[in-house]
Design a protein around this ligand. Structure first.
Ligand code: NAI
Length: 731
């Protein structure tokens, strides 16, 4: 990539040179709403650099974006995901390294280079900005953000970021940003010294050009921007951090602490954070060139790793779901302007909150009494206040938003509602009664959605005067945080109703999967055998902490016993009973559940569960639980066997859901498990996991367990088919 081609041929960069020699390169990737970096954009960008290097009339360069709302959002993930060969990745990234090095050299050798940043400046976008000599950003706290989120995709910043970021903001802060993948807003970026100056977006390009012009002829070391950044840079706290980083012993402490924390969270399941640490350390100890080389090698290795493949796969599935209408035909969604929420408890409050903060619709809460209404409204108030605190919203906008949510103890205000979401107690008779009441007051074309976690929607719809308008909208707790919405349709649900709810779920910020009705739908159902097996393991005398730590080690965010305490042992017992009625013996719960509920153990909510709770905090295992179960917890089971038994049942049930048409696709099954249940993302979801593990090997594992523990381990027919023909679930 050294040829100097005419910049007039550029496709993805708008290039212009002013009369006084200030060149402006606005990245504008054709055919895309957002800028991403892939080989096509890089080819054009190299031409820009070559032209600036060779054209004496060009005195300085401003790098900006031609898109209204984003600078560069990162690498093109479809392209990254398509890389199958480490050698190919290495050579492509080496070219990017060279271009960025030439950009950096342009600045140091006398032609100032200024990045003008508004909107997302993430991943490769931030790496590009850091290769520029100065960075001016818009002060738009909502739109503009900086980050290196590569770790979330199983890789590390591969275009120089692992070396340039620590140089700019210090090792500790750089490690924090790179290892968490979190992003920061302009105010913090300025404080950290990541950007030199901020200004209103309207004058961004003008200011950038002015700074570039002013810097012409100045030595590079003196071309520094804002005083504010320098002030923070010289603050005692920052100097202390620097002192630590400057000295080899201090650095060793810093790295070993970071490594300890990293292992605590990743359990060694994610190779990228470890690679980030190693590569940054190489740069700090052996110099930047060694650091760049280490970064390239690590990137090439990681980008073709199974973990990156799984994580990028999930990301791309999520993108595909954003475009999925949820139906196979072409029924159009109806407008949703006003939503009624029945029940202002944990779930109703959460739903009302995202209606307000995300979807921006008017919401009316109906509760049994004034305290209930107040509970729902306070939930919304707290969520809105959180947004203000994070500076995502002004207090004025927050006050305006709060006027859009109201509540009452009757159905006043329900006459013009488009969609009702029911979140009252989990009781079929109660759900029937509130549905019939509300159907008496809402418009005939309004939709009734239930947030039940286990009752088949068909059973709820059976009491409706318009079952074609009845649907399930299953949210997860806490609603404002969990990314998934599982929409459940019956044979009668009208396609426009489904399309409307899918569209509305997306407005609420959710990733939406649509599943067919059945006991436990998809997400609750696959938890059934998993939870039951925990009961069997306990009955066999396996220790609670061994079960939990095995599955956390396997990659779940919490162990299954802890999860049962969180969900409520009583709730879990109710659900598995429904499952047993539907699926027979193979879903029969162990006797232990009945013993626990008889002992009034409901889990965290009543402070009596598998663990002890004091002042709402989880403590040690409550050993008295073994007595209730009539077991002595002594059995030492191989950790691998715990992992194998629980994971095999979980994914086998997912296959049954696909086989029975509960799931529309294996993709939805992967996303549902990862986003709804915390299935380990680096395993990519149950179906991606089976493809990697091998269907035939899984069948063998299940059959082996079936001999030892019974028919509940029988492999699903569809799994056997895949085992026989060798076809993957995900192509
Ligand atoms: P909750 O007990 O926090 O809230 C239920 C609310 O419904 C209470 O505030 C109660 O006063 C109100 N209510 C009862 N009868 C009513 C009526 N006739 N009219 C209006 N309001 C009435 O329960 P939670 O956890 O919010 O659960 C609600 C529903 O969501 C249940 O069906 C549950 O299975 C489901 N769900 C719960 C999840 C969770 O993690 N808690 C997750 C997904 C679904």
């Amino acid at each position: 990539m050294t040829a100097t081609l005419p910049t007039s041929d550029l496709t993805h960069v708008r290039f212009d040179v002013s009369a006084d020699g200030i060149a402006t390169a606005l990245i504008d990737r054709q055919g895309e709403r957002m800028n991403t970096l892939g080989p096509d954009v890089m080819i054009d960008f190299e031409r820009v650099v070559a032209r600036c290097e060779s054209d004496d009339a060009i005195k300085a360069l401003v790098v900006g974006s031609g898109k209204p709302g984003s600078f560069v959002a990162g690498a093109d993930i479809r392209w990254l995901h398509s890389l199958e060969d480490a050698g190919e990745a290495l050579s492509l990234l080496s070219e990017a390294h060279q271009v960025f090095a030439r950009l950096e050299a342009l600045h140091t050798s006398g032609k100032p280079v200024v990045a003008a940043i508004h909107g997302a400046c993430l991943g490769g976008g931030l790496e590009l900005a850091m290769a520029c000599g100065m960075r001016i950003a818009s002060d738009d706290e909502k739109a503009t953000q900086f980050g290196q989120p590569e770790v979330k995709l199983g890789v590390l910043p591969g275009a120089g970021g692992t070396q340039r970021l620590p140089r700019l903001i210090g090792i500790a802060r750089a490690l924090d940003l790179m290892m968490t993948g979190r992003s920061i807003r302009p105010r913090s970026a300025l404080k950290m010294g990541l950007v030199d100056e901020t200004c209103p977006k309207e004058v961004l390009l003008d200011i950038a050009a002015r700074r570039a012009r002013d810097a012409i002829g100045q030595p590079a070391s003196e071309r520094h921007g804002a005083f504010d950044a320098l002030k923070t840079w010289l603050s005692p706290k920052h100097l202390q951090e620097l002192a630590l980083e400057e000295n080899p012993l201090g650095r060793r402490v810093l790295f070993s602490k970071a490594e300890e924390q990293m292992l605590e969270t990743t359990k060694g399941n994610y190779p990228a954070p470890k690679a980030i640490l190693d590569v940054v350390r190489t740069g700090a100890e052996d110099g930047t060139e060694a650091g760049y080389a280490a970064e390239l090698a690590a990137f090439a290795r990681l980008v073709v790793s199974p973990e990156a493949d799984a994580l990028m796969g999930i990301f791309l599935d999520g993108q595909a779901l954003k475009k999925d209408s949820g139906i196979d035909g072409d029924a159009s969604p109806h407008e949703v302007e006003k939503v009624g929420v029945l029940g202002g408890g944990l779930m109703g409050g959460g739903i009302a909150a995202i209606n307000t903060t995300k979807a921006g619709v008017r919401t009316r809460i109906k509760e049994v009494d004034a305290a209930g209404v107040q509970r729902g409204l306070s939930y919304v108030g707290k969520t809105v206040a959180g947004q203000v605190k994070k500076r995502r919203m002004s207090s004025r906008d927050a006050a305006k938003l709060m006027q859009r949510v109201t509540g009452s103890t009757d159905y006043r205000g329900f006459g013009d509602i488009d969609l009702v979401i029911e979140a009252v107690f989990e009781d079929l008779d109660l759900k029937h009664s509130v549905m019939q009441d509300v159907e008496g007051v809402i418009r005939p074309d309004a939709i009734f959605a239930s947030n039940t976690s286990s009752i088949p929607i068909t059973q709820i719809a059976a009491a409706s005067s318009r079952p074609e308008h009845v649907i399930g909208m299953h949210y997860f707790s806490p609603v404002e945080k969990m990314p998934l919405l599982e929409i459940i349709v019956t044979d009668q649900t009208a396609p426009w109703v489904t399309a409307t709810c899918v569209e509305f779920g997306k407005r609420q910020g959710k990733t939406v999967i649509v599943v067919n009705d059945g006991p436990g739908f998809y997400t609750t159902r696959i938890l059934g055998p998993y939870m039951n097996e925990v009961g069997f393991l306990l009955t066999e005398g396996v220790r609670i902490e061994d079960i939990d730590s095995a599955m956390v080690d396997w990659g779940f965010p919490v162990g299954p016993v802890t999860l049962m305490d969180e969900v409520g042992i009583d709730v879990g017992a109710k659900i598995v009973t429904i499952m047993q009625q539907a699926f027979g013996e193979r879903m029969a719960p162990p006797e232990s559940f009945a013993l626990l509920t008889a002992d009034d153990r409901a889990g965290r909510k009543n402070g009596r569960g598998f663990y002890k709770y004091a002042e709402g905090k989880k403590g040690d295992v409550d050993r008295s639980v073994y007595e209730v179960l009539g077991v002595t917890a002594s059995k030492s089971v191989d950790t691998q066997e715990i992992k194998d038994r629980l994971s095999a049942l979980f994914v086998n049930e997912a296959v049954r859901c696909l086989e029975e048409g509960i799931l529309r696709s294996a993709r939805d099954g992967d996303i549902g498990a990862v986003y709804g249940l915390g299935f380990p993302p680096f395993r990519g979801g149950p179906f991606t996991y089976i493809d990697r593990y091998g269907a035939a090997r899984l069948v063998e594992l299940l059959e082996g367990f079936a001999v030892r523990f019974g028919d509940r381990y029988a492999p699903a027919d569809l799994l056997k088919t895949h085992a026989a023909d060798g076809d993957p679930f995900r192509s």
